[in-house]
Design a protein. Structure first.
Lengths: 271, 192
């Protein structure tokens, strides 16, 4: 491969969109070409500095109001409008509960804001990995086994105690897992399907999680990124990040349906 | 959960993305709002065909794009009609004349300049429509090349080509833009 051909594939390489054969050919070229290697490194830096920070612009309130009107007028919608209010009420109640919990525990707003940037970066990394798992750009290291067999597999390879929930319901399927390299730290990446939607659970060593400097309050930190919900928390021996598009339903990865998160009854992450 | 409730949940969850794509297609706030509203009604009619295991956005974007094309066909003077038809031979003048689009630009200069994220975002909005569309779908929405190809209705190679040219032109815009007097830190920290 010459430099011209290599440069023409750099964007696709950085995006993780090259086929294995093309990727290997390009990497062979990069190994021996300082100029192209430098371009590739700089492209990665450009993506980290800008592209990963992009978000869709928030839709203006006028647009939101019109969309709410369109949704309200759709045929087949429940006649009562209770449901329309359910989300704000539930979200509001949850927010109040979190605030109350935060106040009770002496949560300082400033300390939370101080760790916000790190939280966003972790969420970005987790969402990117989740997307690559779902797109099957990253093959699973273990697949077609039970969560406990997967946990055994990870424990033999990772220097911390990986515990996986072993819930068995029709709505939850364990797909597989792989080792995730997060800036030099080896972590476990697990893929589930909940109600037909992909959910990823990432488990990182506690010492790496501690180095992030995240406050332990609130215990469950939820952030939205690129249309995904990311919940981050620490439990005994590990840090966790859960990525999904289905909000609270993703908690079924660790909790039986109806069991409130945080009770610790089923999920090893909360023990 | 009823289909209507599922649909509402998905729309509200991805509303920013849907509105953003409508803006990328129409390049006009009022048209974008109309296109979004009309697209939602059409998407709801076809909601039974949506595979719940897949990302909602590419499915909804595809419907929106088809609707946009339908509308453009009825407005023959619509400036987006030519590119929206998917004619890959169209070369935006600015792109064809740029001596810098042949190979990836060295991004070091951009990193040194430390443009703000919003400046880069604004430069994306200035890209010619067919290039802006794929750059937005990839860099703002994070869709895979395959998903973009399905939305835009073109081969994977065309997506790669447009993305390549779009990103190179973006870098040209950024390097040609007046330097921002107020520097902002662009690089990520090393916490992760």
């Amino acid at each position: 491969m010459n430099c011209s051909a290599a440069k023409s594939q750099l964007y696709a390489y950085v995006d993780g969109e090259l086929s294995p054969e093309r990727r290997h050919a390009l990497e062979r070229h990069l190994t021996g070409c300082d100029g192209c290697r430098r371009l590739a490194d700089l492209e990665v830096a450009f993506q980290e500095a800008y592209v990963r920070r992009f978000r869709p612009d928030p839709a203006p309130e006028a647009v939101r109001a019109r969309v709410r009107g369109v949704l309200a007028g759709l045929p087949g919608r429940p006649a009562a409008s209770r449901r329309r209010w359910r989300h704000p009420v539930v979200v509001g109640a949850a927010a109040l509960a979190l605030l109350a919990l935060g106040a009770a525990l002496g949560l300082g707003v400033q300390s939370y804001l101080g760790s916000r940037r790190v939280l966003v970066q972790l969420a970005e990394a987790a969402v990117e990995q989740h997307q690559r798992l779902v797109r099957e750009e990253l093959p699973a290291d273990v697949r077609g086994v039970s969560p406990q067999q997967a946990a055994d597999w990870f424990r033999q390879r990772l220097p911390f105690n990986v515990q996986l929930p072993d819930l068995r319901t029709e709505r939850l399927t364990f797909v597989g897992g792989r080792i995730w390299h997060l800036r030099g730290v080896e972590a476990a990446a697990l893929e589930y399907r909940v109600d037909g939607r992909y959910v990823s659970l990432f488990i990182i060593p506690e010492e790496a999680y501690t180095r992030l400097g995240l406050s332990d309050k609130p215990r469950f930190k939820t952030i939205s990124h690129r249309g995904y919900d990311v919940t981050i928390w620490r439990s005994h021996g590990a840090g966790y990040a859960l990525v999904s598009e289905i909000g609270g339903r993703s908690c079924q990865v660790c909790h039986a349906e109806g069991e409130p998160p945080g009770t610790g009854a089923t999920g090893p992450a909360h023990r | 959960m009823a289909a209507s409730a599922q649909f509402e949940e998905l729309v509200l969850k991805h509303l920013d993305s849907l509105h953003n794509y409508a803006l990328a297609l129409t390049r006009n706030a009022r048209d974008a709002e109309d296109l979004l509203a009309e697209s939602l009604a059409r998407a709801y009619e076809r909601f039974a065909s949506y595979d719940r295991s897949q990302d909602f956005r590419p499915w909804a974007f595809t419907i929106m794009r088809h609707l946009h094309l339908d509308r453009a066909r009825h407005q023959r003077s619509h400036p987006e009609e030519a590119w929206a038809a998917g004619d890959e031979d169209i070369q935006p003048t600015a792109l064809a004349e740029s001596p810098l689009h042949a190979t990836p630009l060295d991004p070091e200069g951009l990193l040194v300049r430390r443009e703000s994220v919003e400046q880069v975002r604004e430069a994306i909005r200035r890209l010619p429509s067919p290039l802006r569309e794929v750059v937005e779908l990839r860099d703002i929405e994070g869709l895979s090349y395959r998903q973009i190809a399905a939305v835009v209705g073109c081969p994977l190679g065309t997506v790669m080509s447009r993305l390549y040219r779009g990103r190179n032109l973006l870098r040209t815009y950024l390097l040609e833009a007046p330097r921002c007097p107020e520097r902002k830190t662009a690089g990520l920290g090393d916490e992760l």
